[in-house]
Design a protein around this ligand. Structure first.
Ligand code: ATP
Ligand code: MG
Length: 285
């Protein structure tokens, strides 16, 4: 009997050891409007469809909008955690059984100018809540203000989103520099969005990586790209994830490839070569 109990204890110990740590990935950009929120929303949605438990934390404090993008109607937001003593779990909104969003609250000035102790409280609450989660995706605001860099500093993995525009690339470099030099982040990758072609996306990445190599003496991974896809504005208007409304669109395919690459998953990707050809010509799918 004692022997069996001992065995059971060992088994529980092993099981606990097996439990993988939750991944914390921040999506950031430097320049605004490059597609972070859409990428985060769709990556989260697709991960939820393969049974991963995902939480999206809207870190665009004061200007949040992932809830609008997904047609959610939050009754509470982070401000209730900070000022009114609510628990993070109480403000979390369910998109589906595997996918929850923590809304940041829009138009609240206090949220835009967050202090160090408040940030620390947010971080502690987040660490508590992700214990039962596979992935925490953080959608940061644009720029390099403290409210953005605080989240970069706290994330193990950083995905820097850029478009092929030189201004966007310059701002992406600024973020990479801060993450890698100031915060010693090693796990930084580059995602190129709104490219006109696969070639343009690759050249964008290569040029950015070359600059990093020259000035930071470091190279960074390429985590994927997406072409300009006219389904995006349409999905945004319908307040649903593109991946849900248009599962075969270019953007959805790009998000699936990104997941396969980042999470070593094997989501089937049904390429549509004709759509891809026309997308590269006309910027749609
Ligand atoms: N691949 C794409 N093809 C076409 N339109 C896109 C694509 N990616 C993003 N967009 C459009 O670009 C706009 C900005 O996207 P989004 O809000 O996701 O960017 P963001 O980086 O989160 O912006 P912000 O910095 O303001 O938070 C949206 O109107 C979106 O529909
Ligand atoms: Mg955004």
């Amino acid at each position: 009997m004692a022997d069996q109990a001992e065995k059971l204890r060992e088994m529980v110990k092993e099981k606990n050891k097996e439990k993988k740590k939750s991944r914390v990935i921040a999506f950031t950009s430097g320049k605004g409007g490059v597609g972070k929120t859409n990428i985060v929303a769709n990556v989260a949605y697709l991960l939820s469809t393969i049974n991963k438990k995902v939480i999206v934390f809207d870190a665009d404090l004061g200007l949040a909008n992932i809830d609008i993008l997904l047609g959610l109607k939050p009754k509470h937001s982070l401000i209730d955690v900070i000022k009114n003593g609510k628990k993070m779990k109480e403000i979390m909104i369910k998109v589906n059984d595997n996918f929850h969003v923590i809304p940041a609250g829009s138009g609240v000035e206090e949220m835009a100018n967050i202090s160090e102790p408040v940030f620390s409280k947010i971080k502690d609450e987040l660490m508590e809540i992700i214990k039962d989660t596979d992935v925490l995706l953080i959608d940061t605001g644009a720029g390099i203000s403290k409210k953005v860099t605080s989240f970069i500093k706290s994330s193990e993995e950083i995905v820097v989103v850029t478009t092929p525009e030189p201004t966007s690339m310059a701002d992406a470099y600024a973020v990479i520099k801060i993450a890698s030099t100031n915060y010693k982040k090693e796990n930084i990758s580059v995602f190129v969005n709104m490219a006109k072609s696969k070639q343009e996306a690759e050249t964008t990445y290569e040029n950015l990586n070359k600059i990093c190599k020259k000035f930071l003496n470091k190279e960074f991974k390429y985590s994927g790209f997406s072409l300009i896809d006219k389904n995006l504005p349409s999905a945004v208007k319908q307040q649903k994830a593109v991946a849900e409304l248009y599962p075969n669109s270019n953007f959805t395919i790009s998000m699936k490839k990104f997941i396969n690459n980042m999470f070593k998953e094997n989501i089937k990707v049904k390429e549509n070569p004709i759509a891809r050809f026309f997308a590269s010509l006309f910027g749609g799918s």
